[in-house]
Design a protein around this ligand. Structure first.
Ligand SMILES: [Fe+2]
Length: 233
């Protein structure tokens, strides 16, 4: 018997089941790269690799769960949607990857476990919504948590290191670093303007502050730092 006043949580995703979902997504990404014909998609950039994409997904799961908890959203919907949101990213074009990801998630969730259809549809709705670029007030709370988490992973250390890796691919030197980090800051500020929850906003501000420190640090210690030239290439 359920004691009076205890809310029944609609769907629980067991830790083992969640681990299996993550393994499925990791393997799916790896297989997408293996199956791909050469060329055409800038595979040499680190953010197109299966390793980067899976790591990004793990970051979005953690950030999404923190935001969802603080905002009173359904944490399991957000975590499962985060796990699958970019599963198709290396397989199909960017403009259809959200819908493709939702299809893969739907098939997975229907064939494994006993997830109610309402849970599956909430998860898939959030996955489709994650590519929405409009006002976050227009989407359900769970979608918003996922979008905020997705955006936050590009702000801060991860965004800065991706930019540094890209510099290597573009044969740049460390003298360019401050200018390149400026781009990370610019994008970070644009992303921060978009988030609405207090949790996401405070994470974004903390991350941007650290990137600013990195920017100042570079300028102070790299003697030939080119801090304000043209970075276009
Ligand atoms: Fe993402």
């Amino acid at each position: 018997m359920i004691p009076v006043g205890v809310e029944i949580k609609e769907t629980e995703v067991e830790p083992d089941d969640f681990e299996e979902m993550k393994r499925f997504v990791r393997d799916y990404l790896a297989a997408s790269v293996e199956n791909e014909d050469d060329g055409g998609r800038m595979r040499w950039y680190p953010w197109h690799s299966a390793d980067y994409r899976f790591n990004h997904i793990l970051n979005v799961i953690d950030l999404g769960a923190d935001i969802a908890e603080a905002e009173g959203a359904d944490v399991d919907v957000v975590r499962v949607a985060a796990a699958f949101h970019d599963v198709a990213k290396l397989e199909v074009d960017q403009d259809v990857h959200a819908e493709a990801g939702a299809r893969i998630a739907r098939e997975y969730l229907r064939s494994r476990g006993n997830y109610p259809e309402s849970f599956i549809e909430e998860v898939c709705g959030a996955i489709v919504d994650h590519s929405y670029t409009g006002d976050l007030a227009d989407v359900p709370l769970e979608s918003r948590c996922l979008i905020e988490a997705d955006v936050l992973d590009k702000v801060g250390a991860n965004g800065a290191i991706l930019m540094v890796l890209r510099m290597g691919y573009e044969s740049r030197t460390h003298m360019d670093a401050a200018k390149m980090i400026d781009r990370v800051l610019e994008r970070g500020r644009d992303h921060t303007d978009r988030v609405v929850s207090d949790t996401a906003e405070s994470i974004a501000h903390q991350r941007i502050k650290r990137v600013q420190w990195l920017r100042e640090w570079l300028e102070e210690e790299v003697s030939r730092m080119d801090a304000d030239g043209v970075t276009e290439r």
